[in-house]
Design a protein around this ligand. Structure first.
Ligand SMILES: [Zn+2]
Length: 277
C-alpha cells in the first residue's frame, strides 16, 4: 500500500538523486545563483515529476515553501515591483533546473509575473541575467522608471520602462531584467490604468495635491510628485515598486510635467472637461 502513496514513491526518486542535488545547490549558492556558472544537466523524468509533486504538496519538512509563498511575502513583488506576491518563483526555472526545485535560495515570493516572465535566464556574459533578489546588490537604489508617451489623453497611452544608472548593478543586468521580467509583466496595463485615472482626476492619483487646489505651478507639481515617490519608497520598502516607478518617471520628464500642469489647471478652471475623454 505504501508504494501507491505518491508522497512515498516521490520521496524514493528524490533520495536516489540527493547527492547530485546537494552538489548542484552548493554550486548555485557559491556562484550566487549565476546562470553563467550552472548550466542545465539531464535528469530522469520520474525525478522531475517527484520534485514537482513535492513542491506542490510540501511534506512537513518542506513547510518553508508555504512560508515563502504566504508569510515571507513582502507587500511588493521582489521580481517586478508589483503588488501581491502569492506564488513562488524559481529563480533558475524548474523546467531546466529540476534539482533546485525545493531549495529555498532558488525560491522567490512573486506575483503573477512569475508565470508571465521569460524562462530565459541569461543573455551574453557577464552581466545579462535577471536580477536575483537574494544575491544581487544595488536593489536599495532606484533601478528603473516608467516612460509615458504617445496620445496622452487616452486610455492606452504608450508605456515603457528604462534603466537608471546604479552605482552597484551593471546597466546590462537592469536592461535584461526590464526586457525579460518587467515588460512581460502586467506593469504596463497597471500604469495605463493609473494614467487614465490621473488625467480624469489628478488628485485621486497624485494624492499629495491638496483637495482645495485651484492652481498648480511647475515646481509645486514636481514637489507633489517627489512626495509621492518618497512616500511609496518608504511604504513599500523599496524604490522599485510600481507606484514609485510611475511617479518618478513622470516627475523626471519635463515635457510631461509641463503638459500635466496645463492639464490640471485646465480642469481646475473649467476649460478642460475631464468627462470628455
Ligand atoms: Zn511580480
Amino acid at each position: 500500500m505504501m508504494n501507491r502513496d505518491p508522497g512515498f514513491s516521490a520521496h524514493a526518486h528524490v533520495a536516489s538523486n540527493f547527492k547530485i542535488m546537494r552538489k548542484r545547490y552548493i554550486q548555485y549558492k557559491k556562484s550566487k545563483g549565476s546562470p553563467f556558472v550552472l548550466s542545465p544537466i539531464t535528469f530522469p523524468k520520474n525525478f522531475k515529476d517527484s520534485l514537482k509533486y513535492h513542491f506542490s504538496h510540501p511534506r512537513s519538512e518542506l513547510e518553508y515553501i508555504s512560508k515563502i509563498r504566504y508569510k515571507l511575502s513582502p507587500n511588493c513583488c521582489p521580481l517586478c515591483g508589483g503588488f501581491g506576491s502569492h506564488t513562488v518563483d524559481h529563480y533558475l526555472p524548474k523546467a531546466s533546473f529540476p534539482e533546485l526545485t525545493l531549495y529555498s535560495l532558488n525560491l522567490i515570493p512573486a506575483c503573477a509575473c512569475n508565470s508571465l516572465r521569460s524562462n530565459v535566464t541569461h543573455g551574453t556574459p557577464p552581466h545579462e541575467s535577471t536580477i536575483h533578489p537574494y544575491f544581487d546588490n544595488g536593489l536599495d537604489e532606484r533601478l528603473m522608471k516608467v516612460i509615458i508617451q504617445g496620445v496622452l489623453l487616452s486610455d492606452d497611452v504608450e508605456i515603457d520602462f528604462c534603466a537608471l544608472p546604479c552605482s552597484i548593478m551593471h546597466a546590462d543586468k537592469i536592461n535584461f531584467h526590464i526586457e525579460n521580467v518587467i515588460r512581460k509583466s502586467t506593469a504596463k496595463y497597471w500604469m495605463q490604468g493609473k494614467w487614465a485615472s490621473l488625467i480624469r482626476n489628478p488628485s485621486s492619483v497624485i494624492t499629495a495635491i491638496p483637495d482645495n487646489s485651484l492652481h498648480l505651478s511647475f515646481p509645486e507639481l514636481v514637489g507633489y510628485l517627489n512626495k509621492m515617490v518618497a512616500d511609496n519608497d518608504r511604504s513599500h520598502g523599496t524604490p522599485n515598486n510600481w507606484y514609485s516607478m510611475f511617479f518618478y518617471g513622470i516627475g523626471t520628464d519635463v515635457a510631461l510635467i509641463n503638459w500635466l500642469v496645463g492639464h490640471c489647471n485646465g480642469i481646475f478652471d473649467g476649460t478642460i472637461d475631464p468627462m470628455s475623454f
